[in-house]
Design a protein around this ligand. Structure first.
Ligand SMILES: Nc1nc2c(c(=O)[nH]1)N[C@H]1C(S)=C(S)[C@@H](COP(=O)(O)O)O[C@H]1N2
Ligand SMILES: [Mo]
Length: 317
């Protein structure tokens, strides 16, 4: 089963188009699943005159997504695969007490209460674009601490080449886990230099409020130059590893989701283009939001492109 096949088409295409498409599908004429991604009827992407981000990338001046949209249109499969499911179901998640286990190639390891893990760290404000591989994006003001500051406390050894992350997996609190939609626990990974990059944020809140459960309370990653699925929610385990860790989406569909998953308009998903995105921001409707051109590394190339020097990013997608 694929990510795309679980998006109700009614949610992403006008009803009439949707119904007509079903006729076509019935007649065996349907093109590509591509159509379901909302790409086929999409107008040419609008070239927007983009406002300038801060040089460090910590703040974008792009129009922000409304809190109501950012907290009601989510991907958090542990609470269901529909975009509205997490907001409906995530109140079942108990976020306190919260313990994070730090393991693997580091001098210091162990289980830590969240407040101890983050003790003495100043929470920073970041305004990041977040682009889902499905082709929509948001602009969200986050609060959190740089992941690097947390990781350094544990003194990773020279064998720590990667960092693996695991989400909470509790079937009693997470009704979406009744389905094997993706391999549980949800897992993700970064190369150590990606994990240590100043843009990589361990977020504890957004819009100046504690993180809503549906957005990954109490602790989630935000990696703004990668597709949204790398930004793993409700983290309970962080492991320093020597080998490249497994990631849930790659385990499910290796041809479609690679380990790196850098936003790249030049590398299409096998079933749809990645050249543009539907920007959910301001007061525009979610379903008919403006389609804008996608930028390499989601617009963070000047900060992160050097991490991938010499790598063929079509191979390492
Ligand atoms: N544990 C967990 N983390 C997850 C997901 C998930 O299903 N489970 N979905 C990912 C995907 S596909 C995206 S696009 C982002 C969405 O983050 P948001 O809902 O806060 O916008 O979360 C990512 N983190
Ligand atoms: Mo996503």
């Amino acid at each position: 089963m694929t990510e795309l096949s679980r998006i109700p088409a009614s949610e992403i295409t006008p009803e009439s188009v949707y119904l007509r498409r079903r006729e076509l599908i019935g007649a065996g004429l349907a093109t590509p699943l591509l159509a379901l991604a909302g790409c086929s009827e999409a107008k040419e992407p609008v070239t927007v005159n983009r406002p300038k981000d801060s040089p460090d990338g910590f703040r974008t001046a792009d129009i922000q997504t409304r809190f109501e949209d950012a907290s009601s249109y989510n991907n958090f499969y542990e609470f269901g695969t529909g975009k509205a499911d997490p907001a409906k179901n995530a109140h079942r998640l108990r976020t306190s007490p919260w313990v994070v286990s730090i393991e693997g190639e580091a001098e210091i390891t162990g289980a830590y209460h969240l407040d101890k893990l983050l003790k003495g760290m100043a929470v920073q404000d970041r305004i990041y674009r977040l682009r889902c591989v499905e082709g929509w994006s948001m602009v969200i003001p986050w609060q959190g601490v740089p992941l690097a500051e947390v990781l350094k406390r544990f003194k990773p050894t020279s064998k720590a080449k990667y960092v693996a992350f695991y989400s909470k997996a509790d079937r009693e609190q997470m009704p979406g886990m009744a389905y094997e939609s993706i391999p549980w626990p949800y897992r993700e990974g970064l190369r150590i230099d990606e994990a240590m990059h100043p843009l990589t944020l361990l977020a504890t809140g957004m819009y100046g409020k504690p993180m809503p459960n549906q957005n990954g309370a109490p602790l989630r990653l935000v990696v703004p130059w990668k597709y949204g699925f790398k930004s793993i929610k409700s983290i309970v385990r962080i492991v320093f590893t020597e080998k490249m860790p497994q990631t849930s989406w790659n385990m499910l569909q290796p041809e479609e989701y690679g380990f790196y998953s850098n936003v790249n308009p030049a590398v299409d998903h096998p079933r749809w283009s990645q050249a543009s995105e539907r920007r959910i921001a301001g007061t525009e409707s979610k379903l008919f939001a403006q389609r804008i051109a996608t930028l390499p590394f989601n617009g963070y190339a000047s900060q992160v492109a050097s991490l991938y020097k010499g790598m063929d990013l079509r191979k390492w997608f």
